[in-house]
Design a protein around this ligand. Structure first.
Ligand code: NAP
Length: 255
């Protein structure tokens, strides 16, 4: 008799910021590979629209990573519906806190370490760094109920201090304390969780997409969504991989 996977045997994933961009691409790939995927969306309607386009194993869930109440409610719902979480993808991120629709060059110019407001730095770090810590901590009890739990943090090569401190690095122009340094901090957070959770068998990795055309960079990224998202998708699907790694489209990235 042909064996049938029941929904409770299917791996369960939560992807934050999955209503568009790289997160949505990751959610699609996970569903295509047999996962039940909660699409975190700070505006539920956007998540519902995105989930409907993916299919029945995609479930919209309201989740603003800067709002502890929505984080707790999302975790409670997943607990009620599946009782565990096998994969958490911390993907939600913002590049700046100013007017949307500005070019990358305009954003960089107004976000220099010497002139950017502390409020802007705080807002971006609230999502890209503290949001990841908050969601990860809240999801841990559910991850601990999985037999092989994994966490993938969507980072950026721009956060690599090894890259940026090299005078020949192309990315130096794009380093700043708003976005890039938030990814440096995220890398440190990734390693801290990886070290702590290794003894429990929970893997924690950071992965960077390519320079992908999304709202984050005013669609100036040079990779299509499909191409740019390949590496975080690979890491999200990798069940027998390492922990504490940082990779990008070209392979391992230096911290
Ligand atoms: P995107 O299309 O702008 O998607 C970002 C997603 O994060 C959106 O769904 C957005 O929701 C969500 N989000 C923002 N703030 C949130 C919050 N407080 N709570 C919950 N969700 C929130 O950009 P993307 O390029 O796909 O970015 C995804 C990740 O990839 C980010 O972590 C980014 O730093 C990283 N990354 C991107 C590139 C690139 O070239 N695109 C390169 C390296 C790393 P709304 O739709 O409501 O705004």
């Amino acid at each position: 008799m042909e064996s049938q996977t029941t929904s409770t045997e299917q791996p369960v994933a939560l992807v934050t910021g999955a209503n568009q961009g790289v997160g949505n691409e990751i959610a699609k790939a996970l569903v295509a590979n047999g996962y039940i995927v909660y699409l975190g969306s700070r505006k539920l309607k956007n998540g519902e629209k995105a989930a409907a386009q993916i299919g029945e194993n995609a479930k919209a869930i309201q989740l603003d990573v800067t709002d502890q109440q929505t984080i707790n409610a999302a975790v409670e719902r997943i607990e009620k519906e599946y009782g565990r979480l096998d994969l958490l993808v911390n993907n939600a991120g913002i590049a700046h806190a100013g007017e949307p629709g500005r070019t990358v060059e305009e954003v960089m110019a107004s976000g220099r370490a010497v002139n950017v407001s502390l409020d802007e730095v705080r807002t971006v770090w609230e999502t890209n760094v503290f949001g990841v810590i908050a969601v990860t901590q809240a999801a841990l009890p559910l991850l601990r109920k999985s037999s092989a739990a994994r966490i993938v943090n969507v980072s950026s090569g721009l956060g690599s201090l090894t890259w940026i401190s090299d005078p020949a690095c192309w990315a130096r122009e794009n380093f700043g304390i708003v976005y890039a340094a938030s990814k440096t901090a995220l890398n440190a957070v990734t390693l801290a969780f990886a070290l702590e959770l290794e003894k429990e068998g929970i893997k924690v990795n950071a992965s960077s997409p390519g320079y992908t055309a999304t709202a984050l960079n005013n669609f100036q990224g040079t990779d299509s969504l499909e191409v740019g998202s390949r590496e975080p998708i690979r890491v999200a699907l990798e069940t027998d991989g390492p922990t504490g790694s940082f990779t990008g489209p070209e392979g391992p990235l230096p911290w």
